[in-house]
Design a protein around this ligand. Structure first.
Ligand SMILES: *Cc1c(COP(=O)(O)O)cnc(C)c1O
Length: 455
């Protein structure tokens, strides 16, 4: 059979609340047009994020029952550690309550004077954590990654010439090199094995550690299987193991490719760095065998890591994301191509050319998707990245709206509903109004800023 189906069935269901357009207009005003401020039971299809929104399996729920809540030395920790090492055999596996906690710990134990950390594209929390440690966060994604229309199999690749140049000119200032797989802020685009291998070779040449921001390692691995020569016959797990064999450490949000609702870890081979990390962990997260998580959470991760490298799951996962993206493409809605692993990114700047970047076309589109269809998506553009460290405001490289697909949660008819809603929106898109920010906090403004529509 050609049809790729959801490789699971439902055993326990959660009702969705249907709302009307006029109700949603009130909810929007109450939320100051910030979709993060909506009550989630007023959202019909929630594509805000794929983070922590996965449906857990029967085996994961069974794992929850086995959780051992001992303060120190819990068997849950050892099951978690074994499952991580099966894929990513780093010497030290340090659990944290989520990915950003791992980031915060990692960057706070590095020297920070005049330092710079390169990445293909830093995710927003990664950038914010680096900058809050007074380190510069530098994006060096290849130029193909910044062209939303260009079809290229590995638009997440880091620009190796730029990285070499940085290491040659400011090598002493680089405490470590990062690669984000898949490249979330750059459209969920994968990084090739060749690029990971070459980045590692450069790091070795200059004596630098390579850390992977590996939140979507399994999706990245499956793209490698589908697109990179020499990997078609490999199991996803083998590809994952090869990816991690090139790294010296990783930060991880288990809320993504570990199929759980909360969790993360920091891993590394370096003993000295690990000791420093565990010292901070004890201050901010907890004892090293639970690090901000319950024993049951660690067991759910351990099972999730077995399920995430299942070929049937990964094949369905990438096919179902592409299903939504290809349908929008057929409607003439400009999307980031090719479709990434966890989300479809609409190019709002191109879709709404009557709105300038500082009129926040991405926010305008996200607001209208909710108003019209109760669908919640996330602006990744000038609202998220426009405010500069010096206080000025500039257009972000792109104005995208991300439709992130929670793992194992929505069916194809839910996606068909989203497609219908976007078709209707697209036929009235010229009427979308410009947006202005009426209040914003000093950092990570997209989470809490207030907006209004310019009438
Ligand atoms: C989600 C994410 C993070 C941060 O993880 P949290 O669990 O949300 O704190 C870091 N990097 C990338 C690429 C992510 O997608």
């Amino acid at each position: 059979m050609k049809t790729i189906i959801e490789p699971f069935r439902m055993k326990s269901v959660e009702p969705l609340t249907l709302t009307t357009e006029s109700e949603r207009e009130i909810y929007l005003k109450e939320a100051n047009y910030n979709l993060f401020a909506l009550k989630s039971d007023h959202v019909l299809i929630d594509l805000l994020t794929d983070s922590g929104t996965s449906a857990m399996s029967t085996k994961q729920w069974a794992g929850i029952q086995l959780g051992d809540e001992s303060y120190a030395g819990s068997p849950s920790y050892y099951r978690f550690e074994k499952a991580v090492k099966e894929l990513a055999p780093f010497k030290h596996i340090i659990p944290t309550h989520q990915g950003r906690a791992a980031e915060k710990i990692l960057f706070s134990i590095l020297e920070n004077k005049n330092k710079v950390i390169p990445n293909n594209t830093h995710f927003d929390t990664t950038r914010a954590n680096i900058e809050s440690c007074q380190i510069e966060a530098l994006d060096l994604v290849r130029k193909e990654g910044l062209d939303p229309e260009l079809i290229h199999p590995f638009k997440g690749n880091i620009d190796l010439d730029k990285l070499r140049n940085l290491l040659e000119t400011r090598g002493d200032d680089v405490p470590l090199v990062m690669l984000t797989i898949t490249n979330n802020s750059g459209g969920g685009q994968p990084v090739s094995m060749a690029n990971i291998r070459a980045t590692k070779a450069l790091c070795d040449e200059f004596g630098k550690l390579l850390f992977l921001d590996a939140c979507r390692f399994a999706e990245n691995a499956y793209f490698i299987k589908l697109r990179e020569q020499g990997y078609a016959d490999k199991m996803p797990k083998e590809i994952v193991q090869e990816i991690f064999s090139y790294a010296d450490g990783m930060t991880m949000s288990a809320k993504k490719d570990a199929l759980v609702n909360m969790g993360g870890w920091l891993a590394m081979n370096d003993d000295d760095l690990a000791m420093k990390a565990r010292n901070v962990l004890i201050l901010t997260e907890g004892f090293p065998t639970y690090g901000g998580l319950s024993g049951r959470d660690l067991d759910a991760i351990a099972v999730g890591l077995e399920e995430i490298v299942d070929e049937d799951y990964l094949s369905y996962r990438l096919a179902s994301t592409a299903y939504l993206g290809n349908a929008l493409d057929k409607l003439g809605i400009p999307i980031m191509k090719p479709v990434g692993g966890h989300a479809v990114y609409i190019d709002a700047r191109r879709m709404l050319p009557h709105l300038a970047p500082l009129e926040y076309p991405g926010q305008a589109l996200a607001i209208e998707m909710y108003r019209l269809g109760g669908i919640r998506a996330c602006e990744i553009g000038t609202v998220m990245f426009g405010r500069q460290a010096d206080g000025s405001e500039q257009a972000a490289a792109m104005d995208l709206v991300r439709l992130a697909i929670p793992r194992r949660v929505y069916t194809q008819s839910h996606m068909d509903y989203c497609i219908e809603c976007l078709a209707e929106l697209n036929s009235n898109k010229d009427k979308l109004k410009a947006i202005k920010i009426t209040w914003e906090p000093s950092m990570l403004r997209h989470f809490t800023a207030h907006f209004s529509l310019i009438e």
